[in-house]
Design a protein around this ligand. Structure first.
Ligand SMILES: *[C@@H]1O[C@H](CO)[C@@H](O)[C@H](O)[C@H]1NC(C)=O
Ligand SMILES: *[C@@H]1O[C@H](CO)[C@@H](O)[C@H](O)[C@H]1NC(C)=O
Ligand SMILES: [Zn+2]
Length: 429
């Protein structure tokens, strides 16, 4: 019996990423709206998985399962849509990614044994260890808030404030990791904690604002991507539908209570964009909703961090109409993107800024950014961090670039906070 267990264990290790054997990924670059529309209209037919969204003249990256590859390629040729192979075998690329993470661990081992949460792709316990330590070491400014995920893991976020949120300062909220596989997203939010608490070079940010930073909104999914399925995106709930036992999880960023399940979502629990059985069915998105509610009269800037695409997107994502705040949303968005572009590397794409639906040609209902704006947060954004460009080997952004992403993204948070303060900081005084 013991032997059998050992055998299974060994097989499991060797079978890592086996699910993705034979999957391919492609760069696709539509050059006009017509091509972009045709591309997005094929998502269901070919079960396409865009890990980096395409836009007009912006290449995206799409995963294609073996059974659809021939037809998908034929479609691209027929429509004359520019494409090139990104990865010939996803399993192999994920194995390379694992080696890069190990290499980074070795290269950074002199600092805290390589357990720096903003300098590598780290398992959940490394991130939580850091969050706990910060709360313990800085009790005057940092409050740890703890609730529970579907599978019972702690859902941890930090409130950072000079006076424990007791004054009426404007609140800035930033989250990441609602989509489990987007591993590049927690590091810049953790880095923001570091820059607000441990290495303060912009003291005005704590003098003038209170902060809520939530680096891993979906810890169940995050752990699942480390241990089982690298490309898992959803939560891990099993109570939504009879099918949820075999197809667990809900797309947390389709689960907010605003035009819920009306467009860009699915009723099928096995879909990656399943909206859930009802708005806020997921404790993870509900927790974000509750934070918005608790701070409604003070929250002036809401940022939810995703990947990939090098984009800053704003409402309304569900219908492409510009909100009454469009001018501020756009100009602050541009200022944040400029801050990033100024620090960025030559091999990173420039950021684009715009209405989510107009940029992606793809409407999405029940997303966090729309919800926050609808509830009254004047500036609400979805960030798509950089990654995945021709020339990188491996599938995901090489961990040697994580620190760069942290530094440049932090610069955009700094600018965003200050601009939000100028525009809306005094609205409740
Ligand atoms: C603190 O941050 C600044 C810039 O953000 C950096 O130049 C400096 O090296 C950091 N100091 C430490 C001790 O990490
Ligand atoms: C799009 O949604 C917003 C927010 O609900 C609404 O104000 C606007 O009128 C809608 N636009 C259209 C064309 O329906
Ligand atoms: Zn995402």
């Amino acid at each position: 019996m013991k032997f059998l267990v050992l055998m299974l264990f060994v097989t499991a290790i060797h079978a890592k990423h086996e699910t993705y054997s034979g999957w391919k990924s492609f760069f696709v670059k539509p050059v006009n709206h017509d091509q972009l529309s045709k591309l997005t209209s094929k998502i269901e037919e070919f079960d396409l998985d865009f890990v980096s969204n395409a836009a007009v003249n912006r290449e995206g990256v799409v995963l294609v399962k073996p059974q659809y590859q021939v037809d998908f390629l034929k479609f691209l040729s027929d429509e004359n849509i520019f494409h090139q192979i990104h990865s010939d075998d996803l399993k192999k690329q994920f194995d390379i990614d694992d080696q890069k993470i190990e290499a980074r661990k070795l290269a950074t081992r002199s600092v805290n044994g390589g357990r720096i949460p903003y300098d590598n792709y780290q398992p959940l316990d490394v991130i939580y260890e850091y969050i706990d330590k910060i709360a313990e070491n800085y009790p005057e400014t940092v409050t740890l808030v703890n609730s529970k995920s579907f599978e019972g893991r702690p859902l941890k976020y930090l409130k950072i404030s000079k006076d424990k949120f007791a004054s009426n300062k404007p609140v800035i909220f930033i989250d990441a990791g609602i989509h489990a596989r987007e591993w590049i997203t927690p590091p810049p939010v953790i880095y923001a904690i570091h820059k607000l608490v441990e290495n303060v070079t912009e003291p005005d940010l704590l003098d003038n604002f209170d902060w809520i930073l939530f680096p891993v909104v979906n810890p169940d999914g995050y752990v699942h991507t480390f241990e089982r399925q690298r490309m898992w995106r959803k939560t891990r709930s099993t109570d939504q539908n009879v099918l949820s036992q075999i197809c667990p999880g809900v797309d947390g960023n389709r689960n907010f209570n605003f035009f819920w399940n009306t467009i860009g979502t699915s009723n099928n629990p096995c879909s990656d964009i399943y909206a859930g059985s009802r708005p806020f069915s997921e404790v993870e998105s509900r927790t974000v909703g509750e934070i918005i509610e608790e701070n409604l009269d003070r929250m002036i800037l809401f940022i939810t961090v995703h990947s990939y695409g090098s984009m800053i997107l704003y409402p309304w994502g569900h219908n492409g109409t510009l909100s009454q705040n469009a001018f501020s949303l756009h100009t602050v968005g541009i200022d944040m993107a400029d801050a990033i572009n100024k620090l960025s590397l030559p091999n990173f794409p420039n950021y684009v800024v715009g209405n989510g639906m107009l940029i992606l040609n793809y409407a999405v209902a029940g997303a966090a950014e729309d919800y926050a704006h609808y509830r009254g947060v004047p500036l609400a954004y979805t960030f798509e961090l950089p990654g995945l460009r021709s020339g990188f080997d491996g599938f995901h952004l090489d961990p040697i670039y994580i620190h760069q992403v942290c530094i440049e993204t932090w610069a955009s948070f700094v600018v965003g906070a200050r601009r939000a303060g100028e525009l809306y900081g005094r609205r409740n005084l």
